[in-house]
Design a protein around this ligand. Structure first.
Ligand SMILES: Cc1cc2nc3c(=O)[nH]c(=O)nc-3n(C[C@H](O)[C@H](O)[C@H](O)COP(=O)(O)OP(=O)(O)OC[C@H]3O[C@@H](n4cnc5c(N)ncnc54)[C@H](O)[C@@H]3O)c2cc1C
Length: 265
């Protein structure tokens, strides 16, 4: 914040943006929750994601120290030869398990339902079944996370029998129990994928609506949305890496594209 202020950026906080309207001449009108409006030529949307959290106090001690939310791709290589656990029974948990199985000694999916069929696509279930180092503990939930500096052990419980047991040598725990991008407020001309993440760059051309909204001869820049001059960076963007460093990096990249966009006029 200090650096941004020194460069002349104005920070309005707390403020919530509730709408963006693209006007004639390419100007964008931002509406804030207090009803005030701002006119601008370019926007970078970095509204992030609302991650569902497990309601277990002891887990919070290890966030970033063995416990990760929605970040299998960036942590994969640090899991070499470890036994890792994934919480969740949906497709994102399944995809994370297949990815992590390339690095980890063993991957265990903790699923609170009776079987993965309840919430995971059949093709993913079949992929997982074919992987020797992936196990699924159905009807299983975490009771407690234990460790000194980082996560080391998990106390687990079978939610039908009530049986409890401790897992030792827990290398990492990845939590995939749902995430919702903060994009409900966006207008229709900012294309999103079916989970609500903002599509940018070349990915946009895969959508039928692309040519309806995109009105420039050039292709969208790497982080540009379907509305010229409006960019997206960080977790809210489809395909984001879900890490602080990548969110900050994309933010810096987006500024370069803003300059490019402004120089077109
Ligand atoms: C529990 C947890 C632990 C994590 N641990 C790590 C870690 O150890 N290392 C790591 O690299 N990453 C970690 N991450 C991921 C990391 O926090 C994110 O990747 C990163 O914060 C993304 O930055 P962002 O700027 O895209 O979004 P955010 O940091 O989510 O920021 C989005 C901001 O936009 C605001 N906003 C939303 N909607 C509006 C609106 N309409 N108007 C105005 N403002 C709005 C939000 O209030 C929020 O302040 C963790 C995430 C979680 C949930």
């Amino acid at each position: 914040m200090a650096q941004a202020s020194r460069f002349g950026a104005e920070l309005l906080s707390p403020q919530e943006v509730t709408n963006i309207e693209v006007q004639k001449g390419g100007y964008k009108l931002l509406t804030l929750s207090d009803g005030s409006q701002l006119s601008t030529r370019s926007i970078i949307i970095t509204t992030g994601v609302d991650y569902k959290r497990l309601n277990i106090d002891s887990l919070d001690n290890f966030t970033g120290a063995g416990v990760y939310y929605g970040a299998a791709t960036t942590e994969g290589r640090t899991c070499q030869k470890l036994k890792v656990f994934i919480v969740g029974g949906g497709n994102s948990a399944g995809q994370a398990a297949t990815y992590l199985s390339q690095f980890a000694r063993q991957v265990v999916i903790l699923n609170r339902e009776k079987s993965l069929e309840v919430s995971m696509s059949q093709y993913l279930i079949e992929q997982l079944e074919a992987l020797e180092n992936v196990a699924v503990y159905n009807q299983t939930e975490i009771v407690e996370a234990l460790g000194e500096e980082r996560l080391e052990k998990l106390l687990l419980k079978n939610n039908t029998t009530g049986e409890e047991w401790q897992e030792e040598e827990v290398g990492a725990l990845f939590i995939f129990i749902g995430a919702r991008p903060h994009t409900d407020w966006l207008p229709i001309n900012i294309l999103k994928n079916k989970e609500g993440y903002i599509e940018t760059g070349r990915e946009l051309t895969r959508y039928d609506d692309y040519s309806k909204f995109w009105n420039k001869e050039r292709e969208p820049y790497l982080l540009e949305t379907c509305s010229p001059g409006i960019f997206a960076a960080g977790d809210v963007r489809a395909g984001a890496m879900n890490r602080v460093a990548s969110a900050v990096g994309e933010g810096a990249m987006a500024i370069k594209f803003v300059h490019q966009y402004l120089s077109e006029h």
